[in-house]
Ligand binder design. Structure first.
Ligand SMILES: C[S@@+](CC[C@H](N)C(=O)[O-])C[C@H]1O[C@@H](n2cnc3c(N)ncnc32)[C@H](O)[C@@H]1O
Length: 318
């Protein structure tokens, strides 16, 4: 990992929060490219559809929203562009990610402010926001329920949280096995004569292995949908809903992403990206329209959770 010393990596192995800062600061430089994140119609639609799936369209635009674990701003910035949110604040434990999200917001001409913040101890006053959003960050937190309590604290009464993109226990197990098998196959096959131009330089492969060691610390949880619901209720939320999505789309998507990471950057080109995206869209439609009716929710890859901060009880009038 460029710019990160071995001593820092060793120290971070026993400290999940430090591991997250180190790993995601490093990732922030190439994150959008690695995960094919964009701020155009493709990702605006993706973000808005995740929101509608779990929380519908009522209340748009939310006047002021906070994003936890914002990364480069993928969820909040695209929700702003979709008209879900009027004003936004981004936060992340990684200073590199907050800087990247603010740069992206500025590039899009969106009025967004940001803070470095631990989602378990949110540095905003009680009742500051109408909406709190997050995508693929809860599974990095040592204490998820504490973060849900903090989320409710910074929401106004009646305010909503929407967290999407969290790995389920079974979905993650299958996706990881498929990803590992793809990596194993790619790194062996590209040693064969005539195929070496498809092999990433050894320094980059070594860097990926080092990053994978930190990933084991960074990824703290996978979720059973019922547990996610129980934690949201225990934190004090009402109107809690949990849904899952992506079955065959995840079985296709994880090997594809692993393959893309295993071959030299730029080798696959636009034709491949287009094929992969179209195939993923078709499989997502199959998952949503057909398989979600017959396959148990816990087997799908992505979990989404929403809940509302209750209004305080009316005082008793004698
Ligand atoms: C997988 S990335 C997702 C980023 C972005 N939300 C997205 O979907 O593209 C997880 C993010 O959570 C952040 N994170 C990890 N632990 C955190 C914590 N305790 N508090 C706040 N953010 C945290 C990481 O720094 C990272 O940016």
């Amino acid at each position: 990992m460029t710019g990160v010393t071995r001593a820092q990596v060793e120290a971070a192995r026993s400290d999940p929060k430090q591991a997250n800062v180190l790993y995601h600061d490093w990732e922030s430089q190439t994150y959008d490219e690695k995960w094919s994140i964009s701020y155009d119609e493709r990702c605006i639609t993706y973000a808005a559809e995740r929101f509608v799936t779990i929380a519908g369209r009522a209340g748009w635009p939310y006047a002021h929203a906070l994003e936890l674990g914002c990364g480069t701003g993928f969820f909040l910035l695209n929700l702003m562009q979709a008209g879900v949110i009027a004003r936004g604040s981004v936060s992340d434990i990684s200073p590199g990610m907050v800087a990247a999200a603010l740069r992206n917001a500025q590039g899009l001409g969106l009025a967004v402010d940001g803070r470095v913040a631990d989602a378990e101890l949110i540095p905003y006053d009680d009742g500051s926001f109408d909406l709190v959003v997050g995508h693929a960050f809860l599974h990095h937190l040592p204490d998820v329920e504490q973060s849900l309590r903090e989320t409710l604290r910074v929401l106004k009464p009646g305010g909503r949280f929407v967290f999407a993109g969290e790995p389920t226990k079974w979905g993650d197990k299958v996706a990881r096995r498929l990803g590992q098998a793809t990596w194993w196959a790619c790194t062996r096959v590209t040693r064969l004569p005539g195929l070496q131009e498809w092999r990433r330089p050894q320094t980059e492969l070594d860097e990926s292995s080092e990053a994978a060691a930190l990933e084991a610390v960074v990824d703290q949880h996978t979720f059973v949908p019922a547990d996610l619901r129980r934690m949201a209720l225990a934190a004090g939320a009402v109107d809690v809903d949990v849904r899952t999505e992506e079955l065959t789309a995840a079985w296709f998507g994880w090997p594809v992403r692993t393959f893309e990471a295993a071959v030299p950057a730029g080798k696959l080109g636009f034709g491949w990206a287009n094929f992969a995206y179209r195939a993923w869209l078709r499989l997502s439609a199959l998952d949503g329209r057909v398989l979600s009716r017959v396959v148990p929710a816990g087997l799908f890859y992505n979990a989404l959770v929403t809940g509302v901060k209750p209004h305080p009880p009316m005082p008793l009038v004698r």
